[in-house]
Design a protein around this ligand. Structure first.
Ligand SMILES: [Zn+2]
Ligand SMILES: [Zn+2]
Length: 133
């Protein structure tokens, strides 16, 4: 279930808007720079908004880049497995999910009595457009 945007505070809506407009992942400091004209002054303001947006599944953190992207499909997945393909040339991030990968990881976890809190799959490489160039 995705909650409507009216649930967001002004700061959360501004941060989400910056991420949705971005061509690629943004760091918290880049977001802060972009939102200075909107009254953002301190990194903590950005981090608070990011935490809330992460918790509600509207954005994702790209761990290997320490940066954030807007969820590509906020209506399609809840807290299931999400994977990212990150182009190291143009910085584009493709979000996808794969049922087979999720099943395999789930099977391994139950075999080993491991309780999953979070799964991070990030593929680094070169997107089709950059590979062709
Ligand atoms: Zn997503
Ligand atoms: Zn690329």
């Amino acid at each position: 279930m995705t909650t409507p945007r009216t649930d967001l505070t002004r700061n959360q809506a501004l941060v989400l808007g910056a991420l949705e407009k971005a061509e690629g992942p943004l760091s918290a400091y880049t977001i802060l720079d972009q939102l200075r004209d909107d009254g953002f002054r301190a990194p903590l303001q950005v981090y608070r908004a990011l935490d809330k947006l992460l918790a509600t599944g509207r954005i994702h953190r790209i761990e290997t880049l320490n940066a954030f992207v807007a969820c590509a499909r906020p209506h399609c997945h809840g807290h299931g497995l999400v994977a990212f393909a990150i182009c190291d040339d143009c910085g584009q991030v493709d979000e996808f999910s794969d049922a087979v990968v999720r099943e395999r990881l789930g099977a391994w976890s139950s075999d080993h009595g491991f309780r999953i809190d979070k799964t991070t799959i990030e593929i680094r490489g070169h997107c089709a457009a950059c590979s062709a160039a």
